[in-house]
Write a protein that binds this ligand. Sequence first.
Ligand SMILES: Cc1cc2nc3c(=O)[nH]c(=O)nc-3n(C[C@H](O)[C@H](O)[C@H](O)COP(=O)(O)OP(=O)(O)OC[C@H]3O[C@@H](n4cnc5c(N)ncnc54)[C@H](O)[C@@H]3O)c2cc1C
Ligand SMILES: *[C@@H]1O[C@H](CO)[C@@H](O)[C@H](O)[C@H]1NC(C)=O
Ligand SMILES: *[C@@H]1O[C@H](CO)[C@@H](O)[C@H](O)[C@H]1NC(C)=O
Ligand SMILES: *[C@@H]1O[C@H](CO)[C@@H](O)[C@H](O)[C@H]1NC(C)=O
Ligand SMILES: *[C@@H]1O[C@H](CO)[C@@H](O)[C@H](O)[C@H]1NC(C)=O
Ligand SMILES: *[C@@H]1O[C@H](CO)[C@@H](O)[C@H](O)[C@H]1NC(C)=O
Ligand SMILES: *[C@@H]1O[C@H](CO)[C@@H](O)[C@H](O)[C@H]1NC(C)=O
Ligand SMILES: *[C@@H]1O[C@H](CO)[C@@H](O)[C@H](O)[C@H]1NC(C)=O
Ligand SMILES: *[C@@H]1O[C@H](CO)[C@@H](O)[C@H](O)[C@H]1NC(C)=O
Ligand SMILES: *[C@@H]1O[C@H](CO)[C@@H](O)[C@H](O)[C@H]1NC(C)=O
Length: 621
Amino acid sequence: MALTRFTIVAAVLSAWADQSTAISSACAPRFTWEDAQLTDSIASSNASLFGFDSNSTTAKISPKCKVFPGDAAWPSQLVWNLFNVTLGGALIKTVPLAAPCYNNWPQHDAAQCQYVTNNWADPHLHVSDPTSAQFPLYQGRTCMPTDNPNDNCTLGGYASYSVAVTKVSQIQLALNLARNTNIRLVVRNTGHDFADKSIGAGALSVWTHKLKDIQFISNYGCKGFQGPAFKIGSGVETEDLYRAAEQNSVTVVGGECRTVGIAGGYIAGGGHSPMSSLVGMGADQVLSMDVVLPSGRYVTVSEDSYPDLFWALRGGGGSTYGVVTSVTVRAYPKIPVTTMTFGFATSSNVTADTFWAGIGKYMSYFDTFTAAGAYGYFLTVGIGPGQFFFQFMPMWGNNMTKPQFTTLVTPFLNDLASLGIAVTPNITEYPSFYSAYTGTFPPEQVGNTNSHAASRLFPKENFQGTKLNQTLAAVRYAIEGGGVLIGYNIRSAPNPTVNQANSVNPAWRKTTGFFILGASWAANATDAEIAQVSETMTTDWMAKWRAVSPGAGSYMSEGDINEPNFQQSFYGDYYPKLLALKKLYDPTGLFYAPTAVGSEDWYITDQEAWIPTQNGRLCRK
Ligand SMILES: Cc1cc2nc3c(=O)[nH]c(=O)nc-3n(C[C@H](O)[C@H](O)[C@H](O)COP(=O)(O)OP(=O)(O)OC[C@H]3O[C@@H](n4cnc5c(N)ncnc54)[C@H](O)[C@@H]3O)c2cc1C
Ligand SMILES: *[C@@H]1O[C@H](CO)[C@@H](O)[C@H](O)[C@H]1NC(C)=O
Ligand SMILES: *[C@@H]1O[C@H](CO)[C@@H](O)[C@H](O)[C@H]1NC(C)=O
Ligand SMILES: *[C@@H]1O[C@H](CO)[C@@H](O)[C@H](O)[C@H]1NC(C)=O
Ligand SMILES: *[C@@H]1O[C@H](CO)[C@@H](O)[C@H](O)[C@H]1NC(C)=O
Ligand SMILES: *[C@@H]1O[C@H](CO)[C@@H](O)[C@H](O)[C@H]1NC(C)=O
Ligand SMILES: *[C@@H]1O[C@H](CO)[C@@H](O)[C@H](O)[C@H]1NC(C)=O
Ligand SMILES: *[C@@H]1O[C@H](CO)[C@@H](O)[C@H](O)[C@H]1NC(C)=O
Ligand SMILES: *[C@@H]1O[C@H](CO)[C@@H](O)[C@H](O)[C@H]1NC(C)=O
Ligand SMILES: *[C@@H]1O[C@H](CO)[C@@H](O)[C@H](O)[C@H]1NC(C)=O
């Protein structure tokens, strides 16, 4: 009976919730689904569940821990049903992607298990799932693909419920419900985050993947900026936006991975790009954003609307100040791009010391190359005792013809030749960013749980004078220890045509070398073995990188979940201001993610040292 009544009430509410209370932003109109907002009258019709934040609810939220499944205070089935109907049926009870491999799930299905197993390394498989993490180490590895159906699969660190959002009212309902019932909230877009910041046991997940609109604005013509721009929903992935830019003969700033979400974690974290050496960071390109705040209210954030949040949402990290529903970013005219690929390795002609001298030569050009607007993406790895391998994947010359690029790199190639390192560079000119991107960037592989990363943003001083040798020695130490270097020769170019007064880690503004260090272990490693490798990386290898670059930082979106003093490393001097804004806009602590601003006030129960999974309860310290 009760269920029926709730269902009818909720169906009516659901219809109301779709009514528009549109406020178009001045320069780029809201998408239709952004006009479907939660009204006060609907929210207050069951305020204990769906009411917006007010000072009275703030006072009410005092429990030490978030409510967890099985607790008496966990919302009843009736509440979940009411919520689902109010959402218009968008609630998903989450199921791990690999559940079909296990007898202990009703989804068990050998053919589907085979499909998931075969495609596990393809990011697209995980992106289109409401909960899956692309690197499930901190999910607890509780439901990996297996050929033993008698193993146990559990939800582990995955959220309990996910809302497949297609309109703003659903985000508002989810935020209000999570806050009012004191359950954990997570925001998930593509699940790419290295530290699994998009998952959490016992959480309600806001899944933004379906917000796929891309609108090209040929002449934005608003305030400081006159020119081409895109307004995109927060589910838009890099490859979607790159394709749209190509179709409209413009260039946009995005990352290197095809499936990362532009308006989600990428811009929130700062966002580095092959274009960064020419025009700055991804976050610098933002003209306006639309955001559901922790209060449940929906606002436009720009230079003159919530300017404090406009600063914080461009660099201060995802899942902290609200859920971004769309962003408007500027675009640039079409440019030619010239790329270069080659590799070299130790051999009978190239000793280990010569190899590292070659790497040092490359580093000595970091400032020259980035000042010319170029970018380099490269791999350096050990391939046996005293043996090493280097590969460009590729080096990238923005807005350069082949002759211009060749002139830039010839002194470097001559230096390698005089060291006796023979290389055969493939230098290719492309007519556009997109053609260069599809022509040279390898597709990514995900899904593994046998590696873990840390990173450092090295300023240009590290690659000059006597510091260059010290930097080289610190890098070599980590690679000799078994680490893998994914290197970027990149700068955040100063760009007076965009607003760079944002919270991007100030270390980015000095960087010419962004180095990701990967540590790995056997696929069957025990927790103790994983913990040991992770500890070695953080406290030994990375300690040397930190020592040689005092006061620099690390990139939060490709960083170490165990980073010591993460506040300084990931946010630099901006941390106190970011924290004050966090407390102002999210006084109840609705948003949490590991290493996010304010996360030091919380802990997750049942964590093991060096393997901080999201499988326990979220509690206040
Ligand atoms: C293979 C690979 C290559 C990469 N290459 C680059 C690169 O070239 N340049 C670069 O800068 N980064 C790169 N990254 C890092 C990438 O930017 C981050 O992992 C980023 O956080 C992914 O964002 P997402 O929204 O796609 O993923 P998610 O994991 O879903 O989200 C990441 C974080 O953002 C939050 N979030 C997501 N959407 C929203 C939203 N709408 N509102 C508020 N919070 C939100 C999530 O809660 C989470 O905390 C790469 C990562 C991988 C795995
Ligand atoms: C609101 O929801 C709560 C929890 O299910 C329920 O007890 C209450 O009766 C509802 N109120 C209204 C007005 O529907
Ligand atoms: C909440 O309380 C603060 C301080 O007591 C006050 O300044 C603010 O106006 C109140 N907000 C609302 C929405 O009542
Ligand atoms: C929510 O409702 C939809 C549509 O009725 C249904 O398909 C889905 O299974 C429901 N979700 C949950 C968690 O019950
Ligand atoms: C699965 O879990 C059950 C109950 O916790 C336990 O009895 C069983 O041994 C587990 N099986 C495996 C293969 O771990
Ligand atoms: C080493 O140098 C010799 C002579 O220059 C050359 O013939 C040979 O191919 C080189 N070997 C490698 C592995 O580069
Ligand atoms: C590319 O270079 C041309 C001149 O060669 C310049 O006019 C143009 O502004 C550059 N484009 C960008 C995006 O920097
Ligand atoms: C150089 O690279 C381009 C683009 O990847 C490729 O098409 C071409 O075959 C390469 N040329 C040589 C000689 O390897
Ligand atoms: C760096 O090391 C190399 C080889 O070890 C040495 O030849 C060179 O002089 C050193 N450079 C500086 C600036 O110390
Ligand atoms: C992992 O597998 C290797 C061989 O494949 C074996 O030697 C090792 O003992 C295994 N380790 C564990 C913890 O099972």
